[in-house]
Design a protein around this ligand. Structure first.
Ligand SMILES: Cc1cc2nc3c(=O)[nH]c(=O)nc-3n(C[C@H](O)[C@H](O)[C@H](O)COP(=O)(O)O)c2cc1C
Length: 207
């Protein structure tokens, strides 16, 4: 069954994944890319021009989304190239717990106003259909919001113990965390940030 619900993906939320694609020469490429769940078997990506991933998706009209919490995989594929022996023949990454194949439905030029990167015509929005979901082990797709909530809570517990400069730093951290959580977080994460915000306001801050 190609149901994204099975890997914990909720409609409208964004998850961090590693997308693997085929290069022109037949070799394989991996890059961390955000995936917005647009329904049980639909996703949306926004990919900046100039990346191998975008070129490969435009050419091949298909790609693989790998679900993992492995920070080493994210790091190697961000800072350089994932070696070819990390890949299976079907383009998925060997060590991931789940992956799915996608077929492109539509490509659109776009910019999104809420993003810090606002250069015009620099990104392409890709809508795709999930055609084949493989679950090797139980796993939930990675959502960035949870880490932000935990960091914000940690800072909150230190607020009364630190000097003014550090308080300002924590407030700036809160604002950025809140921006990201509102954009990608689940209902629980957004609620958590609202609760923390209320407490900060009670303490006399303007988060
Ligand atoms: C967690 C994470 C998420 C990312 N999400 C996106 C994204 O949604 N769109 C995008 O264009 N780049 C995104 N990036 C940046 C790309 O991974 C980066 O530009 C990469 O170098 C592209 O590699 P490639 O040229 O092999 O495709 C993300 C990076 C990280 C670490």
């Amino acid at each position: 069954m190609n149901n994204l619900d099975l890997i914990g993906m909720e409609k409208g939320r964004q998850y961090e994944t590693i997308i693997t694609t085929k290069n022109k020469d037949g070799s394989k490429n991996a890059a961390p890319i955000g995936v917005i769940c647009a329904g049980n078997d639909k996703i949306i990506n926004r990919i900046f021009k100039g990346s191998h991933t975008l070129d490969n998706i435009i050419r091949e009209k298909e790609f693989t989304v790998n679900i993992t919490h492995d920070s080493e995989l994210f790091t190697i594929s961000t800072l350089g190239n994932l070696p070819q022996d990390y890949f299976n023949e079907d383009c998925s990454i060997k060590t991931v717990k789940a992956y799915f194949k996608c077929e492109v439905i539509k490509l659109t030029e776009a910019i999104k106003q809420s993003d810090p990167i606002k250069k015009k015509d620099e990104a392409i929005v890709i809508k795709s259909r999930v055609v084949d979901l493989t679950i090797k082990e139980n796993v939930q797709a990675l959502n960035r919001a949870f880490g932000y909530v935990i960091e914000t809570l940690t800072n909150f517990t230190r607020f009364d113990l630190v000097d003014e400069t550090k308080k300002e730093e924590y407030l700036n951290h809160f604002r950025e965390a809140n921006r990201v959580v509102l954009k990608v977080g689940r209902k629980e994460d957004i609620k958590a940030m609202q609760e923390i915000k209320k407490e900060l306001i009670k303490k006399g801050f303007e988060p």
